[in-house]
Design a protein around this ligand. Sequence first.
Ligand code: HAM
Length: 422
Amino acid sequence: MDLIHAIRGMNDLLPAEAARWQLVEETARSVLERYGYKEIRTPVVEETRLFQRSIGETTDIVEKEMYTFEDRKGKKLTLRPEGTAGVVRAVLEHNLFADDRAPKVYYLGSMFRYERPQKGRYRQFYQIGAEAFGVADPLIDAEIIAMAWRFLDELGLGGLEVRLNSLGDAQSRASYRELLVAALTPHKDALCADCQRRYVTNPLRVLDCKVEGCKAIAATLPSIADALSDASKAHAAAVEATLKDLGIAYRVDPQLVRGLDYYTNTIFEISASSGELGSQNTVVGGGRYDGLVEQLGGQPTPAIGFAFGVERLVLLLGEKQKAARPRVFVAALGVEARKWAMRTVEALRAMGAAAELEYESKSFKAQLKRADKIGAKLVLVVGDNELAGGYAQLKDMTAGAQRQIPLQDVVAATLTALNASV
Ligand code: HAM
């Protein structure tokens, strides 16, 4: 029979990599919960129009990258390409504002984009995201960047740079749009086909275009800073002042635009400066989206959030991973000893220890090899002779020492020895 393979750009997470993913996920939960964020889980599939209306009809994601299909009744559905839209939908659908005027939520989950796969860029990838609703004050913009930074710091990742920009409020955006269209019109014919089509409806997309010709034109365009309203300028200045106060280094990058249409005012990304990730070096992107809740049918509500790409964090972690739990292996020979072994591993597990045994009837030599293979810290050795004599041997695999333990004390003595090794 031929082997069936995974879909291109969609990866298996194998047991050997699991400890690294767990380190990322556990650190994220620990940091996010310290900042008052609570977990939310939304479906992987949503109505297509949710993403069209939020991410924007003329973005790369919506135009080219969504996995969209019809269900059996002809309803148009899409595998979520990002988490924010679904979270806003859920917050509104369940009216989380009813018992908290400023809910803060986080999520971990897979997202899907039909992009060209390469290192750090996949078609199914995982995000860890956070979204905070109901706060307009720039304090939270700085706090969310500080939170992202703390998470990276606790993972022990360095060599990273925070880039910051402001896209302005609705008023600034409208005047910037006019400036851009006027500046782009003389270059219209030199733009790529996508940009020619969307430069009037969504000229910001030209600034984010990856085609060389468009990049060259983008470099000559007026900066968004020229169009910011006084309110947007004051907001940006306050975010920067708080970041300085917290000692978080950042660089204002007037070229930063982000690929989704819902952003207003503050946007930011954190990227690895070393070559480790190649061109896919942005580990987190986010920003304020003060218009989105209303755009999805809610009351006008300020909001801000970010999302990390988990694969990229795991790549940066290299060999670093969650410390393995010490475990005990029970090696038994003989019918009665094997029964005792089964009862003993269960008793140890009930007390919270990680314990395994050999399932097949095998020689002691083969069982000790197995214990070594699973990385057991301790091995309990019991044959029918030991059983008749009322004791077991407790072997410490790292120290090489061995001692006799009376059977009734085995569980307690093993637990003590395991705890001593942590
Ligand atoms: P995004 O910039 O599209 O923003 O994605 C956030 C992060 O997800 C990226 O910085 C990257 O680390 C990771 N990522 C994106 N696409 C891929 C891919 N194809 N393969 C691997 N990793 C990828 C958003 O998704 C927004 N929802 C973030 C946000 C939340 N803004 C406000 N709240």
